[in-house]
Design a protein around this ligand. Structure first.
Ligand SMILES: Cc1ncc(COP(=O)(O)O)c(C=O)c1O
Length: 359
């Protein structure tokens, strides 16, 4: 198997030893053992700390996309109005998913190199459109940008009982995510980004208002939230629980809490600032506009002029550096350095920069 000594793919990231070791155990059946429920309760508590919330947290087996779909299908019905903030590929994805569910979708779109600035136009649309749900992405991984979710509370307040859904898959544990302060009803996360666990699990916080909607919509499916509403009381899971996956997630959360959430976030900020500064010094052009907020977890960079993505990537890999390519409209135009979780290390970034200086 090929392994890269300089891992900088923006998820799945390199998994540290203690997290790997948590999976190498012959666990009994999670359906039958009280110990599994205790682990679930513990992991849930840790995730509440990372997301700064007292809301319930549901942990699913499956990658990030599972909770993206599960959250949407569990609270929306055909004809519901959805307002999507689109500043990148995943923001656009929510608008498409809502349309796919038969919802009436309004889009507030900015270019992929921008982040939300003035909220007045969005406030105005919310006031007129009265959406049932607002969707937004915190870290747009393809663009390397971070939207100011803290400003969306004002938008949400314009729409009565409207819910705020935020994809924080690529920011939880790498940037501040303050679910309660920011009035987020559904905050979605995954294991394979800043938590540095394998891509097997996903999770989301669910506010009381969101649970009410789940109870009303009663969506049934593998990704449904409803069966998890009382999971800690009745211990009944809708499918065989993934003990290995949960153990990895719990261990990963503990590692962040042991480091200290603030210190962990500061580490991401410092490494990202260093990465951006040095790339600019080497003559690389960063993708986000100067007035956009760059993500502390991933840096998106224009390909050097006259370089074609495939051969550039091959050269980097030969030198031991694995990076991400451009997605959607950015395919073939940019590359991405994932300094998240275990990869948010100055040493790793410096070795990547040394390759990028020569290639
Ligand atoms: C912002 C964002 N949301 C959702 C996802 C989907 O997660 P997964 O690939 O684990 O399904 C990703 C994955 O890259 C992501 O970056």
């Amino acid at each position: 198997m090929i392994r890269y000594p300089i891992p900088m793919v923006p998820g799945p990231v390199s998994v540290p030893e203690p997290v790997l070791a948590a999976a190498a155990v012959d666990y009994p059946s999670g359906d039958l053992e009280a110990e599994f429920l205790e682990l679930y309760r513990h992991a849930r508590q840790g995730l509440q700390a990372l997301m700064e919330t007292r809301n319930d947290v549901v942990i699913h087996t499956g990658e990030g996309m599972l909770v993206l779909w599960g959250a949407m299908k569990s609270v929306l019905r055909p004809g519901d109005r959805v307002l999507s903030l689109v500043t990148g590929v995943f923001g656009q994805g929510f608008a498409d998913m809502a349309r796919g569910l038969g919802c009436n979708v309004a889009v507030f779109e900015l270019s992929h190199d921008a982040t939300l600035g003035d909220i007045e136009p969005l406030v105005e649309i919310a006031r007129r459109f009265q959406p049932r749900m607002i969707t937004a992405v915190h870290c747009e991984t393809p663009s390397g940008t971070l939207n100011p979710i803290e400003r969306l509370g004002e938008v949400k307040r314009q729409c009565g009982d409207g819910l705020l859904l935020v994809d924080a898959v690529a920011s939880i544990a790498g940037a501040r995510v303050a679910v309660d302060d920011w009035e987020v009803d559904l905050c979605l996360g995954g294991t394979q980004k800043c938590l540095s666990a394998p891509p097997s699990m996903s999770f989301l916080s669910v506010s009381d208002a969101a649970w009410d909607a789940v109870g009303y919509v009663k969506y049934a499916g593998y990704d449904a939230l409803l069966p998890f509403r009382h999971v800690l009381d009745d211990g009944w899971f809708p499918y065989t629980p993934n003990w290995q996956g949960l153990a990895c997630l719990d261990t990963a959360v503990n590692l962040v809490l042991q480091e200290g959430l603030d210190r962990c976030i500061q580490r991401h900020d410092d490494v990202a600032a260093h990465c951006r500064r040095e790339l600019a010094r080497l003559g690389y052009r960063l993708f986000p506009r100067p007035d956009a907020r760059p993500s502390p977890t991933v840096t998106t960079v224009y390909l050097p002029q006259q370089r074609e993505w495939r051969e550039f990537d091959t050269d980097l890999r030969r030198a031991g550096l694995a990076v991400g390519g451009g997605l959607g409209p950015l395919a073939g135009r940019v590359f991405r350095l994932g300094h998240m979780g275990s990869q948010a290390q100055r040493g790793i970034v410096d070795r990547a920069l040394a390759v990028l200086a020569k290639v």
